[in-house]
Ligand binder design. Sequence first.
Ligand code: ADP
Length: 332
Amino acid sequence: MRKIALLTSGGDAPGMNACIRAIVLTSLRYGLEVYGYRHGYNGLLEQEYLNLRSKNIQNIIQRGGTILNSARCLSFKSDDAPKMAAKNLDALGIEALLVIGGDGSFRGAKHLTEFWSGQVIGIPGTIDNDVNGTDATIGYYTAIETALDSIDKVRDTADAFERIFLIEVMGRHAGFIGLNAAIASAADHILLPEISRSCDHELENLVEHIEAVKKRRGNSSYIVVVTENLWPDGITNLAEMLTEKTQIDCRPVILGYIQRGGSPVSQDRVLATKLGAFAVEMALEGKSGVMVGEINQQLVCNDIQTSWQKNKALDPYLVKIQQDLFDILKRP
Ligand code: ADP
């Protein structure tokens, strides 16, 4: 193999730059030329790429975002776009393409393998951690830290005013960030897609818990972590209902895009470095249609389809602890 390429696609995640750096350095070590396509799959279609050398990856490990930029490219779902991408990759003489992204980007990667004879390897990079086949995705640890830092700050003001705060965290349709940030911030309650029941049930449960906790602690702050897309009319609506039912001022806080940004924490940098280097080595071994990951501290390489065909479960022990703490808090 002489030429390898990479791109970052979908939602950006802290640590993508660390992964780009590892890919470039490992490729150079094995004597490969390495190309970075810009703006996700759009770069493949527009032939927008750069030849990456050591100087391109200096001083990037600590930076959030991605130096290659990321993007969504809706046309990639049609057949014409991957056919054009295959033609462009061949024209540049690329033999293997590494895709850093989430499960959407991996569907795109799989689609490309139907039209291109080169090797395609996925590297899981998304803050949501909703990718099966790896314990953690690049960016996930930093997103927990960012959410945690914000929740700690909200708690200071919640304590001062003895209010209820609902804090919405990202996670698309998964509760990984929510569960970990809730445990680490000692949130009083959590609403997650994996464990929450009907809205009526959750509302009743929440009101009952707030009243029991108030009896026990007196007037004090009360923090609920809610994952995005969970409450049908949004958390502002839930906050209004709670204020009415409990007669305690309840405020919604939507953390939003701040969770995507920031300098990656060490765990993300280390994971990104390992997975980037390993992906290049897997490419040199001839692997294709696979995603690299780390499970129980072992590097693994599985069929890329398992990343989205099987749902990744939350740590059941963490879920149990959160539920036990919820019950203990309301005891007299
Ligand atoms: P993520 O990779 O973070 O899950 P998205 O779901 O937005 O992000 O997907 C990123 C990109 O991957 C899309 O803009 C599109 O280019 C490509 N993609 C997603 N789903 C498919 C699909 N079913 N077929 C082909 N390409 C896809």
